[in-house]
Design a protein around this ligand. Structure first.
Ligand code: GL7
Length: 772
């Protein structure tokens, strides 16, 4: 700066106190200031929740400081940015995570102690940010933490839903869904950026206009909605790098529809404009199928369009030559949900920046890569052509044009192999003509990632076989991971302290491989004793939580055998429950002397079922019905209990995982693309009972088969087993277990097993249906 600008900057600088300080007095002063001026309570009278709010705001100030520095640094250096697009981020709570990553956890705990508050108690006041469904969404959150910690110049982009994932309430054993209006209590972790907003267009028509002797397409929209940015600073651990997760909220646009105010129907005009906000109002609660819903399509395009505008604006701030775009921008698509970004970038480059189709296509092919999280072809997203054409008419044209060139290329490569052409086409013909979003992504992305080794194998040999034959170089895998900052340091401070003590360093918090060093001490009796103590404390905490949530008292002396995840047929909670019935039956038929040898066990199941997923909801009911019988049978005493933990979410997982002895990951092999729960349990020293599926296969290679309970068919065996049940004896045992649920079914089941010799899925479905 020079002249007036320089003088102004110097004056501003002289008014700065320097960085915020983290000594106890400064922290206490900041917290009390926030009580008084932000929360607007008197500093002489505020409760735990208000204290949490004030503490969070003081932490937020510290985050903002680093976040500004990070932006200034990257603006100056102008490196290639990594943009991560995801429709879901399951962040959970932020307070503990933030103070740990900022390195001020102990300072805050001390400062609060002196004010008469306990940090842990305040941290419990925070609600979960549940802007996502399951593993895919939590993976996005873990990735943001790691990108920040590893000093990447990264940005996350997504939607700011007003209603997060529904709350699960259990009534009479049945799941009921309640809305999660999480913003009711405010959200100190976001920064509203009213000046960062973009108009997003929908509907309308495409017109042709003359341009320099040629023609150009102009999209005349029928609706316009404003996207307003909400920024969520993500601090790295052990670094000042604090990156941004920018989530968009829909607001009525000022640019459009002014004439309806002139008609005299003022109230209705206002109400109509407010409808714009519904775009970001609610997260879809299905975790893998969302075909053909208009609102879902608008959500996808809304966040993609705003993000692309934002990225192009940032690019143009420093450069104005789109040939350099791929040197400055990498765009990672999390599943196919954001894949409309591809035609959107094409549209902006061709229609608005006037690049030729070829130039634009070259750029697009260089900047995009995607990760797929799906194993089964039925899980792939399709959008009906009619719907897409009505909501985004210009994008449909662009997709058709991309597909036309692609088909030409295919014909050159494979000849007129119509079967192959129709399978690979972006456009699916049929009763409902649709756009295959996965095909669109693969055609345009230079890299397609699977989420585990076996997942990539399945993609190469089944789901995207044809594409793999055409472009083998595009296909890669990056096995999923989870951040130890959240799943060990935040959630299991006892074990964290133990590990650092025995390793003599806490460097493992940034570098997981250092945990290998624990092997040298594994046989040490003292370490083992300390480890047991930590586990016991965590189990007592979990037992208290179970009591508070369900009114059931369980003994921390029992083995805690846990399965927590979304409820799905392929994840086989049903198999677990049948196993529990079998165990119950065995105990009932045991002699007293044998019973004394049984290790008491508390089986814990938790997870949400998609509201429209009937079978999953019946499995929840079954779990409660079985628990009712087992838990009230005084004959078996404490030898077996079955607990269903309601409303499973990130913060519940943080409490359950460190207190678990055994955890179950028993998906039918070939169905779980990766699975990340297993990693969280493993990190906390919990034993795994697992099938060889997804990432478990690689876990086995790391820890060895002796260190886990591996069972069940392998990926390649499952198809044959489906056709023919090999072990008739097993089938009969199965029937006996089923008979415990319903005697009438025993006869039927035995018969059915004999007749079809098939581990009949339909039969099981029938049984569960009959119960409800
Ligand atoms: C999932 C996979 O089912 C899961 O195995 C994987 O770990 C996760 C993250 O890659 O992605 N795919 C998916 O649609 N959901 C998942 O959790 C909801």
């Amino acid at each position: 700066e020079s002249g007036e600008g320089k003088a102004k900057a110097e004056r501003m600088f002289s008014l700065m106190d320097g960085f915020l300080k983290n000594d106890p007095i400064s922290l206490q002063k900041d917290i009390l200031d926030h009580v008084e001026y932000t929360v607007a309570r008197s500093r002489f009278s505020f409760d735990d929740f208000e204290a949490y709010q004030a503490v969070s705001h003081s932490v937020r100030d510290r985050l903002i400081e680093r976040w500004h520095d990070t932006h200034a640094y990257f603006k100056r250096k102008d490196p290639k940015r990594l943009y991560f697009f995801s429709l879901e981020f399951l962040m959970g709570r932020s307070l503990s995570n933030s103070v740990i990553n900022l390195g001020v956890r102990d300072q805050y705990a001390d400062a609060l102690n002196q004010l008469g508050f306990e940090f842990e108690v305040l941290a419990e006041q925070e609600g979960d940010a549940a802007q996502g469904n399951g593993g895919l969404a939590r993976l996005s959150a873990c990735q943001m933490d790691s990108l920040a910690t590893m000093d990447f110049p990264a940005w996350g982009y997504g939607l700011r839903y007003q209603y997060g994932l529904f709350r699960q309430v259990i009534l009479d054993g049945f799941q009921h869904e309640q809305p999660d209006y999480w913003l009711n209590f405010g959200n100190p972790w976001e920064i509203e950026r009213i000046h960062v907003s973009y108009a997003v267009k929908f509907y309308g028509t495409v017109e042709e206009q003359d341009l320099n002797g040629g023609k150009r397409k102009v999209w005349v929209p029928g609706e316009m909605v404003e996207a307003v940015a909400y920024d969520n600073p993500i601090p790295g651990y052990g670094t000042r790098n604090t990156i941004n997760l920018r989530l968009w909220a829909a607001k009525p646009s000022d640019l459009y529809d002014m004439e309806s105010y002139g008609t005299g129907d003022y109230i209705n005009a206002v109400i109509n404009r407010q409808k714009a906000e519904t775009i970001s109002s609610v997260l879809y609660p299905d975790d893998r199928s969302y075909q053909g819903k208009e609102l879902r399509l608008k959500q996808q395009y809304f966040f993609v369009s705003a993000s692309v505008q934002d990225i192009i604006r940032r690019f143009k701030d420093s450069l104005n030559d789109f040939n350099q775009f791929p040197e400055k921008v990498a765009l990672q698509l999390n599943d196919t949900h954001p894949s409309l970004a591809i035609p959107e970038v094409m549209r902006v480059l061709v229609d608005e920046e006037f690049l030729s189709w070829k130039q634009a296509w070259d750029i697009v092919c260089k900047i995009f890569s995607c990760t797929t999280h799906t194993v089964v072809p039925e899980g792939l997203e399709k959008i009906p052509v009619d719907l897409l054409g009505s909501v985004l008419p210009r994008h449909l044209q662009i997709i058709f044009d991309i597909n036309f060139s692609f088909m030409e290329e295919l014909k050159k490569h494979f000849g007129l192999d119509f079967n192959r052409l129709s399978q690979m086409s972006i456009v699916e013909e049929g009763a409902v003509k649709s756009i295959r979003m996965a095909n669109l992504s693969i055609v345009c992305c230079h890299t397609v990632n699977g989420v585990s080794r076996v997942h990539l194998d399945i993609l190469k040999t089944k789901v995207f076989k044809d594409f793999y034959e055409l472009w083998p170089q595009k296909f890669h895998y990056k096995t999923n991971g989870v951040t130890q900052r959240r799943w060990l340091v935040v959630s299991n401070p006892g074990l964290c302290g133990l590990i650092s003590k025995w390793l003599g360093t806490d460097a493992w918090i940034r570098d997981m491989d250092l945990l290998m060093g624990l092997r040298d001490h594994a046989g040490d009796a003292e370490l083992q004793q300390e480890w047991k103590m930590v586990r016991r404390i965590n189990k007592i905490r979990l037992a208290e939580f179970i009591d508070a949530m369900t009114g059931m008292m369980v003994s921390p002396d029992a083995m805690f055998d846990v399965q927590i995840k979304r409820i799905h047929e392929y994840k086989r909670q049903l198999l677990n429950i049948l196993g529990i019935i079998y165990r119950y039956d065995c105990i009932k038929n045991m002699k007293e002397s044998d019973r004394r040898k049984v290790v008491p066990r508390v089986c814990i199941i938790g997870g949400k079922a998609a509201p429209g997923y009937d079978m999953a909801k019946k499995i929840i009911k079954l779990c409660h019905a079985v628990g009712e019988t087992i838990n009230n049978d005084s004959d078996i005493d404490d030898l077996l209990k079955l607990v269903f933990i309601p409303d499973f979410n990130v913060s519940v997982a943080e409490l359950v995982i460190p207190g678990s002895d055994l955890s179950q990951h028993i998906s039918t092999a070939g169905h779980e693309a990766s699975g990340t729960g297993s990693m969280k349990f493993l990190m906390n020293g919990c034993l795994l009972l697992a099938t060889a599926d997804g990432a478990t296969i690689e876990i086995i290679e790391e820890i060895g088969e002796d260190n886990m309970f591996l069972f069940g068919a392998k990926v390649h065996e499952v198809p044959k087993l489906r056709e023919k049940a090999e072990n008739h004896r097993v089938a009969l045992q199965f029937a006996r277990v089923l008979s415990q649920i319903c005697l009438g079914w025993y006869v039927m089941a035995t018969l059915a097993m004999r007749i079809t010799s098939n581990l009949s899925v339909t039969l099981l479905k029938g049984v569960v249906t009959s119960i409800s």
